[in-house]
Design a protein around this ligand. Structure first.
Ligand SMILES: CC(C)=CCNc1ncnc2c1ncn2[C@@H]1O[C@H](COP(=O)(O)O)[C@@H](O)[C@H]1O
Ligand SMILES: [Zn+2]
Length: 324
């Protein structure tokens, strides 16, 4: 990667809208925790570290050190030239330590505030994540928690994410929960058609409609989706969060050049480049922009426009956020 180009992408002011907190933890942060907390034997509780291999922080360690982890992740995004960041994370609890879902959310909020107080040049918001593996009841609890924090977090909690193993559960069971969230003013970003053969689920969820779509890999007809799904996305002008490396390494798209970014970008549809899990996939947002540019022959002017247009897709309040 040549240095002049690398510097351009790093300096490019960027907006990150799709970042799972746990999956964004870098190897550096893990190593820091390992060296500072040798008694925890963190190494043994991790799955294989390596390029593209699954590598997330052990749940317990993640929970206990969530403040440190969240501040590190935010600092790394800021150092990469991200000016506005929406982090998402699944509220979790640990009965033995007395950590509750509420205190977990409070911890992430404190980390965001701490970074603000340090004067970091990054505006951070938070989406609470519904893990589809956990069923409807837990999803409803998450919505209630999000509602509560939307009103009490000074605008930091702005919405909900639906994620988790896409092959587990059916979106139709979550419709009433998501509808309720929408009615109370929470913004919705839903992982949609991340894997093939989810036409019915995607169709149902698109009727809400969500405010943004994560991945949407299999929405269009060329890959087994349908024109009517595409039309719904276009009619409602729902932005897509597109994560190139995540999809290539996760093997849902065969190569960078076959990524559906091309399809949506050519339609002139709002397409936002994101990282998904920068730690797991060993990437950062600068690199993702550079990959998009080199793969799809985007001029620097086009890259600049791409990052500017992402501002229109943020869930935070409208603000004079001009990237410069
Ligand atoms: C193979 C792979 C990682 C694919 C990336 N695509 C994903 N699809 C659906 N949910 C995801 C994905 N990446 C992360 N997540 C969700 O984010 C969680 C980690 O962040 P957190 O614990 O919510 O703070 C995971 O447990 C999972 O629920
Ligand atoms: Zn994701």
């Amino acid at each position: 990667m040549d240095n002049e180009a690398g510097a351009f992408y790093r300096k490019l002011p960027k907006v990150e809208l799709h970042a799972h907190l746990n999956g964004s933890v870098s190897v550096q942060t893990m190593e820091k925790l390992i060296s500072r907390k040798p008694h925890l034997n963190i190494k043994h509780s991790m799955t294989a570290i390596g390029k593209g291999q699954r590598r997330t922080l052990d749940e317990f360690v993640f929970l206990v050190f969530s403040f440190q982890v969240a501040t590190d992740v935010i600092r790394e995004f800021a150092a990469d030239g991200v000016k506005y960041l929406e982090l998402r994370s699944t509220p979790r609890e640990e009965k033995n330590t007395g950590l509750t879902k509420k205190s977990y959310v409070e911890t992430v909020i404190k980390a965001i505030q701490q970074c603000k107080n340090e004067g970091l040049d990054i505006d951070v918001r938070f989406l609470l994540a519904i893990d589809r593996r956990n069923g409807t009841e837990v999803a409803m609890e998450t919505v209630e928690l999000a509602e509560e924090f939307m009103l009490s977090s000074d605008g930091l909690v702005v919405g909900l994410d639906l994620s988790g193993d896409p092959t587990v559960g059916h979106g139709k069971d979550l419709l009433p929960v998501l509808q309720r969230a929408k009615n109370c003013g929470l913004k919705l970003s839903l992982h949609l058609s991340e894997v093939p053969s989810q036409l019915e689920e995607s169709d149902l969820l698109l009727n809400l409609p969500p405010d943004r779509i994560g991945h949407g890999t299999f929405l269009h007809p060329e890959v087994g989706g349908s024109q009517s799904l595409v039309d719904k996305v276009l009619k409602n002008n729902i932005p897509l969060e597109l994560c190139l490396t995540s999809n290539v390494k996760g093997k849902t798209v065969p190569s960078y050049s076959k990524h559906h970014f091309k399809y949506w970008y050519q339609l002139g549809h709002p397409s936002v480049i994101c990282t998904d899990d920068k730690g797991v996939f060993c990437t950062d947002l600068s690199q993702e922009y550079q990959l998009a540019a080199t793969t799809f022959s985007l001029s620097r002017e086009a890259v600049w426009q791409l990052s500017q247009q992402a501002i229109d897709c943020i869930f935070g309040p409208e603000m004079p956020l001009v990237l410069q």
